[in-house]
Design a protein around this ligand. Structure first.
Ligand code: SF4
Length: 323
């Protein structure tokens, strides 16, 4: 399986200014040295609690936030090295689906206008071919042509998210960041939208970075999963491996919090104490040590590196001194 997206040592630090002269007094390390790759047609699930840097990572990959350091390659193109004009041309290959479809769709544009806009901006096709493309997109996301002249407020949350997905597909992207794309939807609607994303990935061979705070949501849609904590990846594995044999104490705690119909499973539940520490003042050594039930003395002294624990060629990376 060929690699579509390769992220190498990506960092996004935000300068913190203070004092009378508004000097830089610190750095908020929202994304700190993150590396992973996504094969063509695969979905990489990115999970972690709110504030761990998942959305910033998604935006830094797309250069909606300018990375502080590191490299992002999409196919043969080094996205981080592109000038602004070249970046505009490559934007069509990389799209994003937002959490709140209502906020991301203009209330004054009909579905037709919303879906035509990217085609017109990139001067793709003529009027007839653009209209044909819009109708195809509606069909792909399971909507009928009679919605074309309606406005966002006339739809339910699930329908609006379908329109958001159709818009992300207008330019035939190779890669889509889905940022908490189903979090604002009712559970019944969530599964419809997840099925739609899984179908797009299968039939159109689009690669997804699927960001969610909910491991249960990510499980069904992802080939590989990365668990993020305080701006760093702490575990990366295939979806099957991660759910069957989680290694990092943080992953274990997140998995144990997923409600289970099995009453015995609830006895193994790990309750995470406290909140995620501020990325402005992270703990020394392992960033998870202040909440880790297995923390040892050495965890305060050295940051554990993310390393592969399998020697059979399969990837299962963990950043923990226990391994
Ligand atoms: Fe816990 Fe130490 Fe592993 Fe960090 S390195 S997750 S504190 S055991």
């Amino acid at each position: 399986m060929s690699t579509l997206l390769e992220v190498k040592n990506l960092k996004k630090h935000f300068p913190i200014k203070g004092g009378f002269f508004r000097r830089v007094v610190g750095q908020l390390k929202a994304v700190d040295d993150v590396s992973f790759s996504i094969p063509k047609g695969h979905t990489f699930g990115l999970v972690g609690e709110s504030g761990c840097g998942k959305s910033t990572l998604g935006r830094a990959i797309l250069r909606l936030h300018e990375p502080t350091a590191g490299e992002v390659k999409l196919g043969d193109t080094n996205i981080t090295a592109l000038g602004s004009k070249e970046l505009v041309a490559h934007r069509k290959d990389m799209q994003i689906i937002f959490q709140d479809p209502y906020a991301s769709l203009s209330p004054r544009r009909t579905v037709m206008q919303t879906l035509l806009e990217p085609l017109e901006t990139h001067h793709i096709g003529d009027a007839a071919s653009r209209r044909k493309k819009v109708l195809e997109l509606l069909d792909i996301v399971g909507m009928r042509p009679n919605v074309l002249h309606r406005y966002p407020h006339e739809f339910s949350g699930g329908q609006r998210q379908r329109i958001g997905i159709a818009r992300a597909l207008t330019l035939d992207p190779k890669f889509i960041v889905a940022d908490e794309a189903v979090s604002a939807l009712d559970v019944s609607v969530q599964s419809q939208v997840l099925n739609l994303i899984a179908r797009l990935q299968r039939e159109l061979h689009i690669s997804f970075l699927f960001i969610s705070h909910d491991l249960a949501v990510v499980q069904h849609i992802s080939h590989e999963i990365g668990v993020m904590y305080l701006g760093k990846l702490v575990e990366v594995a295939s979806s099957t491996d991660l759910y069957k044999e989680p290694r990092h104490p943080y992953t274990k705690a997140l998995l144990s919090a997923i409600p289970s119909p099995d009453p015995d499973a609830r006895t193994h539940r790990t309750i995470l104490q406290g909140d995620v520490p501020s990325p402005l003042n992270p703990p020394s050594g392992c960033p998870f040590r202040t909440r880790c039930p297995e923390a040892m003395a050495q965890c305060a002294n050295a940051m554990p590196a993310l390393k592969n624990i399998h020697d059979d060629g399969n990837i299962h990376q963990v950043a923990c001194h226990l391994y």
